[in-house]
Write a protein that binds this ligand. Structure first.
Ligand SMILES: Nc1ncnc2c1ncn2[C@@H]1O[C@H](COP(=O)(O)OP(=O)(O)OP(=O)(O)O)[C@@H](O)[C@H]1O
Ligand SMILES: [Mg+2]
Length: 215
């Protein structure tokens, strides 16, 4: 079983969007997936409850993002191929607990200076957890998120992230369809199969699988 934590100190950078759509694409690749909603806002639970799609089948709520519950939920997830954990913003103890059990930490970052500054904190926390675990896990990857094409900030994001010394995965563009899918309780792949947005999440899932298979 592999565990992926989606982590970031800043709110609204696309953590839950990435966790939900990534989990759905992993299911589409034939994996059994448990999606833990460890954010007390429970965005994934709310998203799943708006429809009857894949999220409704794989999301499980972690009450109050309680760090101890994350560990026990992961331990209980025997027989599942991949656990994806969505974490809250500004709650380092929950993020730390998720990264303490994760093989891979995905750190989304939006195209703004403030997002990049907050990302440094998330990276520092990830590296701290790795030090505590005396391990190369979690592997850390940045995910450009809510990228606005044809803007200077959009173009600069990936090079800026690369300069921070960790590998950068393919970005997720800001698209109306991503938010519209949420409105229907669906993932982008369910709402608009084969769309450009769907292809980005498919590519993210493939990249994630390549990392997990190398581990
Ligand atoms: N690629 C995208 N295109 C369009 N809208 C997006 C995209 N990614 C996220 N959003 C929208 O941006 C808002 C914040 O996204 P999301 O909830 O995924 O962020 P978050 O980091 O999980 O936030 P929080 O820190 O509050 O948990 C939501 O309204 C979501 O629908
Ligand atoms: Mg969220």
């Amino acid at each position: 079983m592999d565990v992926i934590a989606v982590v970031g100190r800043k709110g609204g950078i696309g953590k839950s969007t990435i966790a939900g759509n990534l989990a759905a694409e992993l299911v589409a690749m034939g994996k059994s997936v448990l999606l833990l909603d460890a954010d007390p806002q429970h965005s994934l639970v709310a998203w799943a409850s708006l429809g009857d799609g894949v999220l409704a089948r794989i999301v499980r709520k972690i009450e109050d993002g309680e760090p101890d519950y994350i560990l026990s939920a992961v331990k209980r997830a025997k027989g599942v191929d991949i656990v994806v954990i969505d974490t809250p913003p500004g709650a380092p103890e929950t993020s730390r607990a998720a990264m303490a059990v994760a093989d891979l930490a995905l750190l989304p970052c939006g195209p703004s200076r403030l997002d990049l500054l907050a990302l440094k904190d998330a990276l520092a926390l990830a590296l701290k957890v790795r030090g505590e675990r005396k391990s190369k896990r979690p592997r850390v990857r940045f995910v450009p998120s809510k990228v606005v094409p044809n803007t200077v900030l959009g173009r600069m994001l990936t090079p800026e992230l690369e300069s921070m010394g960790k590998k950068v995965l393919g970005g997720i563009t800001q698209r109306v369809g991503v938010a519209e899918a949420v409105d229907r309780g669906l993932t982008v792949g369910e709402f608009a199969q084969g769309s450009a947005g769907h292809l980005e999440f498919q590519e993210l899932a493939r990249a994630v699988m390549r990392i997990l298979e190398k581990n």
